[in-house]
Design a protein around this ligand. Structure first.
Ligand SMILES: Cc1ncc(COP(=O)(O)O)c(C=O)c1O
Length: 399
């Protein structure tokens, strides 16, 4: 217990450090193959283009790029993001529907803070993105889980739960969903299911937060349009990120939403950090304008597809037949279910001793269930590490 704990606010004491993070920290600097991270492959960063653009920005816009700027983002980037959103099928929006944030993590933080009160009924996928669940947990809502199957989120389960809530006079507030190349499952919702989830939102009157972190990273077939693209009522609040399509170190993300929501986000962000760094916004706007991002996407997709194939092949070869795993159509992760007997949190220390790290899957469940699951990253390790890491892990699970 810390010496200063008695001074911490109630909210802060809800933010427990995770035992997993503590365990993984022990591996830093050691010779451990990490399938645990969520890092893009650095070879995909367009460093030379970023260097040229940075020179150009400093030569032409230094007085603005190095200055304070508007809370909602610089006009040039908001404009460019209208165009980039069109590529996800999101039309009929303008600058006023776009809000620039410090990564999409900040977007989620602000949205959950302005929307969720204690006990509000919030739907999340099981499994879902760990760091979004952590923000939500700090809002102390009433969680409702929707299982994710091979074809994406189980909307029959969502509908049943909505019906039951209605009978009990309870009102749903929002659904947080990652419908495209989900983290951690890698699954993608079909076009019909995208329409159905909107119909449910309309019928039962709730908001949808659509996290499209991997919308540009679908490598098997075409990505369906974002749910936001089909939204006629303005119920969908969309979040995007430059982290997977340009570079996470830029710390840039964005929101697409109804202007009224954008105004509320703006009031909140003024209290958080005034605005997103002007400098990286100028660089990103220029990167979109010069098609740097659009031209780089095919390379990222084909690299990740190849790495996914290496991981899946190794899992076929080395994982026991009792295990199951997702076949991601995009993104950076495979999610695996070992047999019920196996506790992946306990297995982690053994795995680390044998030289391989992964994230135990329970963190991706709002109620910490899924104790026999694990998330495996394929974007960062090289091919040889992927194969060796999976081989070691497969042997451990078999033992
Ligand atoms: C589903 C999802 N949403 C949001 C984020 C946040 O990323 P960033 O803040 O870098 O945009 C991540 C990062 O891994 C993610 O996987």
């Amino acid at each position: 217990m810390s010496k200063w704990e008695r001074f911490l606010s109630r909210e802060t004491s809800l933010l427990k450090t995770s035992e997993i993070r503590d365990l993984l920290k022990l591996t830093e600097g050691k010779n451990v193959i990490s399938l645990a991270g969520g890092l893009p492959d650095p070879s995909t960063f367009p460093s030379e283009d970023i260097k040229n653009i940075t020179d150009y920005v400093l030569q032409n816009f230094s007085s603005r790029a190095l200055q304070y700027s508007a809370t909602a983002g610089i006009p040039e980037l908001r404009e460019s993001l209208v165009n980039l959103s069109n590529k996800r099928g999101i039309m009929n929006i303008n600058n006023e529907n776009i809000f620039v944030t410090v990564g999409s993590q900040e977007a989620l933080f602000i949205l959950f803070n302005i929307l969720v009160d204690p006990k509000d009924h919030v739907f999340v996928e099981m499994p879902s993105y760990l760091a979004a669940l952590n923000i939500l947990r700090s809002r102390t809502p009433t969680f409702h889980g929707i299982p994710v199957t091979d074809s994406g989120t189980d909307l029959d389960s969502l509908e049943q739960q909505l019906k039951r809530m209605k009978e009990e006079n309870q009102k749903p507030k929002l659904l947080y969903i990652i419908p495209t190349a989900q983290n951690p499952g890698g699954t993608t919702l079909t076009l019909d299911d995208r329409k159905r989830v909107l119909e449910l939102a309309s019928e039962y009157d709730f908001l949808i937060i659509e996290d499209d972190a991997y919308g540009f990273l679908v490598f098997d077939g075409e990505a369906p349009p974002a749910i936001k693209a089909l939204d006629k009522e303005g119920r969908v609040i969309y979040t995007g990120t430059f982290s997977k399509i340009l570079a996470p170190g830029m710390r840039l993300g964005w929101i697409v939403a109804d202007q009224e929501i954008i105004n509320e986000v703006e009031l909140f962000k003024q209290n958080v950090d005034l605005h997103t760094p002007s400098f990286t916004q100028f660089i990103a706007a220029e990167a979109i304008k010069r098609n740097v991002i659009q031209n780089n996407l095919p390379k990222i997709r084909s690299l990740y597809k190849e790495k996914r194939d290496v991981m899946l092949k190794a899992m076929e070869d080395y994982f026991p037949k009792t295990a199951k795993w997702s076949k991601p159509v995009g993104g950076m992760f495979v999610f695996a279910w070992a047999s019920e007997k196996i506790d992946t949190l306990q297995l982690l220390s053994k795995a680390l001793n044998s030289g391989v790290a992964y994230v135990p899957g329970s963190s991706f469940f709002y109620d910490y269930s899924g104790r026999n699951t694990m998330r495996l990253n394929f974007s960062f390790p090289n091919r040889e590490q992927l194969e060796r890491g999976i081989k070691i892990l497969g042997q451990l699970i078999k033992e």
